[in-house]
Design a protein around this ligand. Structure first.
Ligand code: UD1
Length: 347
């Protein structure tokens, strides 16, 4: 059973990926310092899979502690690297926090990958690297544009570091996975997204408004040149994203990679407007959402969605979930959080 190290294993995409890896016969260890996630996810993963998962509460910025994880697990054959900060707005306000965390973490991890001769490495990248694209859908060869935020810059730099790494270090091959907009939650409602503070992303803003945690939400911009004036994005279920990581690790293990740094877009290929996403949620939940039409948010791109042909053809990726499932599972997760919070209050 191949052993995979997942960094950021208690985060949103990390936790779903661990479940998918275990369900596909991999053994997993996790590193997560819980800076932006909580240890509840480990319990959720164990409940879903029936397997114990070891999480090392280690900050990747601490090289010695990171190295100790590799020393203790010399049989790690692959690394999937999620651990990073991801709030676009916060990165603009605190650029050093982002460069320090996202870049130092990656560098320390790669030093270990090199020393312990780990063969396979999958990097959590983002469609943010395409900036405001000239043509949509974007393919993996669409130009990488100037980053719109320090967060975006850290993803571009990460990709560059890894491309250079694979040119020099022959023992390791890399896959860069460029996610579009991951949303939804595991159908069991045992793991999901738990944003720290006020949610910045659309779907948590929708579900937290619907449940009453937020009094109302804002649609950022209704004068864009799109079919209803709101921005277009490619929402993709987190379980579909998670499974693509298992396929990517398997692809590398089977030596099917075309180069030593392959790139895949992970999106559905469907563009959905903010208003369409809201209306789908309303249909699924039966709740009339309290939203207002507001001004544009700085840094937003108008419209982006993926051409995912490469991931479908090469990785054998099949998308299982549609927008309705994304909203249903996100809502079930929000209801589960409420139930848990009420239990705590009544105890
Ligand atoms: C951004 C990044 C993406 C990153 C993700 C992680 C860019 C271009 N994209 O995605 O790479 O992985 O954050 O956090 O940098 N919206 C509202 N009201 C809200 C919240 C959002 O109308 O309360 C709208 C936004 O204006 C946008 C859409 O919903 O049009 C999606 O926003 P969001 O969920 O924040 O994701 P992105 O900005 O697309």
């Amino acid at each position: 059973m191949a052993k995979i190290l997942v960094t950021g294993g208690t985060g949103f995409i990390g936790s779903h990926t661990i479940v998918d890896l275990i369900e596909n016969g991999f053994s997993v260890v996790s590193i997560d310092n819980h800076a932006r996630s909580s240890s509840y996810a480990v319990a959720g993963i164990e409940q879903i899979t029936g397997k114990k998962v070891k999480n090392y509460k280690v900050d990747l910025k601490n090289f010695d502690e990171t190295r100790a994880v590799f020393q203790e697990n010399p049989d790690i054959t692959g690394v999937i690297h999620f651990a990073a900060y991801k709030a676009v707005g916060e990165s603009v306000l605190e650029p050093i926090l982002y460069y320090e965390n996202n870049i130092f973490g990656l560098i320390n991890l790669l030093k270990c990958v090199q020393e312990f001769e780990v063969a396979d490495f999958v990097f959590s990248s983002s469609c943010t690297v395409y900036g405001n694209p000239d043509t949509i859908p974007v393919t993996e060869s669409s130009p990488v544009k100037k980053a719109e935020s320090p967060y975006g810059a850290t993803k571009q730099m990460g990709e560059q570091v890894l491309a250079d790494f694979t040119k020099a270090i022959e023992k390791t091959a890399v896959i860069l996975l460029r996610y579009f907009n991951p949303v939804g939650a595991h159908p069991s409602a045992l793991i999901g997204e738990s944003p720290v503070g006020k949610p910045q992303n659309l779907v948590p803003a929708i579900t937290q408004t619907a449940i009453g945690k937020l009094p109302k939400m804002m649609v950022f911009g209704t004068d864009y040149p799109t079919r209803d004036g709101s921005c277009v994005r490619d929402y993709i279920h987190v379980c579909d994203i998670a499974h693509a990581h298992t396929l990517a690790i398997q692809y590398l293990a089977d030596k099917k990679n075309k180069t030593r740094c392959d790139i895949f877009n992970l999106g559905t290929g469907d563009g959905v407007t903010v208003l369409e996403a809201i209306h789908t949620f309303e249909e699924v939940s039966g709740i009339k959402l309290n939203y207002e039409l507001g001004p544009r948010r700085a840094g937003d791109v108008v419209a982006i969605y993926a051409n995912n042909n490469l991931a479908v053809k090469e990785l054998g990726w099949k998308i299982k979930y549609g927008l309705t499932d994304m909203m249903k599972t996100a809502w079930a997760w929000e209801l589960k959080i409420k139930e848990a919070e009420e239990k705590v209050k009544s105890n």
